[in-house]
Design a protein around this ligand. Sequence first.
Ligand SMILES: N[C@@H](CCOP(=O)(O)O)C(=O)O
Length: 488
Amino acid sequence: MQFIETRGNDGIKPSSVTFSEAILSPSASFGGLYVPVQLPTIDTAFLEKHLNSHYKTLALDFLTTFGIDIEEDVLQAALDRYDGFDDPKNPVPLSEIEEDCCVAELYHGPTRAFKDMALQPFGYILAKLAQKRDENYLIMAATSGDTGPATLETFKNQDNVKVACLYPDGGTSDVQRLQMVTEDAPNLKVIGVKGNFDDTQQTLKELLASEDFKAELQTRNIKLSAANSVNFGRIIFQVIYHIHSYLEMMRSGKISMGEKIYLVVPSGNFGNALGGYYAKKAGLPIEKILISSNVNNILTDWINKGEYDLNDRELVLTESPAMDILKSSNIERIMFDKFGAARTRELMENLASEGRFKLAAEELAKLQEDFAASYSDDTECEKEIAKYAQKGYIMDPHTATCMKAYETLREKALPTVIYSTAEWTKFSPTVAKSLGHPVDGDIEALQWVTENTNVSVPPMIHALFHKPIVHTVVVEKDAIKGEMLNFL
Ligand SMILES: N[C@@H](CCOP(=O)(O)O)C(=O)O
């Protein structure tokens, strides 16, 4: 399988690359991204074959069908990382919360967020490639809370790889911050940035596209890659759990083969939703993908009106910080798929120069064939958390944004899978507040929620409060590059 570029080719970079090249060097021509030339087919035969498969068997078959240039023993070992999840046989359990609605819990890995689903195996593969080639890599990650911890966890103590993780100071939950600043390994650098997530991601994208920065790194014998969903190595693993969810719905008798379902995806950088879109395009019976946001609802406008406008918006800090994003990376891959490279380049260049673009009516109609969107503010989310707690299910604030999408966007009465992207333990003060017991800090909130509901706190979350803080650097945006070079 070859990979091509969302904004076309500049005549300098190769016109297509292999999977390993795309993940080791994820910046494509004109600042674009890599996408596969085609997708494998997920047909009835494929689904039937995996009705009783272990998650790892399904994943290996999907990756093999994709035809990526990674040896099978490396893929096997990468997938063995799922053995460290709560239930190795089923890393993504589904819980029924309504008769026609299940929550797919993507957070049962080491950092309690869906990012582990991709970063655990992807991190293994990237590090192995670097080691086999005897090359050294700086892996950059920009995070609004979940990607950072998962990146540090997957790459810690890996030979040939150093990580620079950028987070917005004050823009994550306390648990998310602690997960990063207490992660101690000689190959990890965590940098707090005075700014918001978009500032950190903008820096990452600029450095990734900068030939000068890459040349500077080359003098130290280091190459540059990224752990965010701009890297297709993340996306490929984010397709698989959508297939798994469908199979789980079949296994539990909620659907029969071929019956369509809705997916509801809380979205920021749109990698999770893109995975669902690719699964749908490959043949998984999905009616539509319903996108939920918080008040940083630029994706809602993109899908409902065809408008993507940064000009009259300020990024707002919310109780669902992982979605506090305005410059969403993967809309580009969707637009490439629907409108082609030339139009994608034009739209993305308009966004860069004018801060906005608008889709034509027929383009919007194409987008709406696959997506619908809504958003919820913090108060609405708190009500949903309280409502489902009463029914015995504790959800985090990102998952809570999905409930409005589930309640209002479905045009047909079809079974629905909602994606829970993070465990409530990362946002316990919001959960306690939603349940009518506002408290000051995480320790008290975790204790109160566990004493008053049916959930428990995993040991790695408890342990965070006793670990020494090893990363204390907080810098202005302009100082990020220098800070990373000092580390190297
Ligand atoms: N929501 C993310 C932001 C980065 O997204 P990614 O999927 O591109 O890594 C976070 O929690 O860090």
